[in-house]
Design a protein around this ligand. Structure first.
Ligand code: T5A
Length: 212
């Protein structure tokens, strides 16, 4: 039996990590996952052994040695290829469940709409990288770029987070278009943590309940 692949997407600080941690506590008790299967919590970039090194390379805030935008795209793609081959694909083939903080939608939003690399090129690259793997469910946590910046004001920004408001606006616009085009579930993530967690749980029950 194939496992399930669930992805949370959104701009920086929208609450993906917070909600994935909530899901990671709730899902094993939910009755949705078969008893002999496990739940894997992962992220991009950095979900594989090699990916951790790629993550450091991409997010390192050394302005003098920033990668070109094409190199940046290829590094995110290399991270994803490794993540899929070594973590996601084997887990799904063995019936396990995966929740991932970001996936290919982030590349379309950040490198496509944010950096303005051709969407067509990114989609072609993703076809190679993703090896026919598609999430069973993607949830877009939607907050405004202004709120994103406010939420992260006490945190040291990584290289991508340092791009500022205008960049974030382009990425957010991209995420909204991608979400509509791909029928992602959209949740207003400016609400309180518990209400968002409840909405995510309801979505999963509706989609994956064995009684349906
Ligand atoms: N990237 C990634 C690309 O450019 N291309 C790609 O292909 C991929 C995969 C990755 C960076 O790389 C870029 C995107 C990113 O810039 P990351 O580690 O995923 O980096 O970074 P972020 O998404 O920026 O991670 P953050 O941890 O900053 O954001 P989260 O996980 O969305 O948010 P979270 O849960 O850590 O919450 C942020 C803050 O808000 C509070 C939390 O307590 C925390 O302080 N918060 C709330 N406050 C009020 N109400 C709520 N409902 C809240 N929920 C959380």
């Amino acid at each position: 039996m194939k496992g399930k692949f669930i992805v949370l997407e959104g701009i920086d600080g929208c609450g993906k990590t917070t909600q994935i941690n909530e899901l990671y506590k709730w899902l094993p008790k939910s009755g949705l996952i078969n008893k002999n299967r496990t739940l894997i919590k992962t992220r991009e970039p950095g979900g594989s052994f090699l990916g951790k090194e790629i993550r450091d390379m991409i997010l390192n805030n050394n302005k003098l040695n920033s990668p070109s935008i094409l190199t940046e795209l290829l590094l995110y793609s290399a991270d994803r290829a490794e993540h899929i081959s070594k973590v996601i694909l084997p887990a799904l083939q063995n019936g396990h469940w995966i929740i991932s903080d970001r996936f290919s939608g982030s590349t379309l939003a950040y490198q496509g709409y944010g950096r303005e690399i051709s969407i067509d090129i990114i989609k072609k690259l993703e076809n190679i990288v993703c090896q026919n793997i598609k999430p069973d469910l993607t949830i877009f946590l939607e907050i405004s770029p202004e709120e994103s910046i406010l939420r992260r004001k006490n945190k040291v920004a990584d290289r991508i987070e340092s791009e500022g408001l205008d960049f974030l606006k382009k990425v957010n616009h991209g995420f909204k278009l991608i979400a509509l085009e791909n029928n992602w579930e959209i949740i207003k993530a400016s609400e309180d943590l518990t209400s968002i967690a409840d909405q995510i749980q309801k979505l999963l029950i509706n989609k994956f309940s064995l009684n349906k």
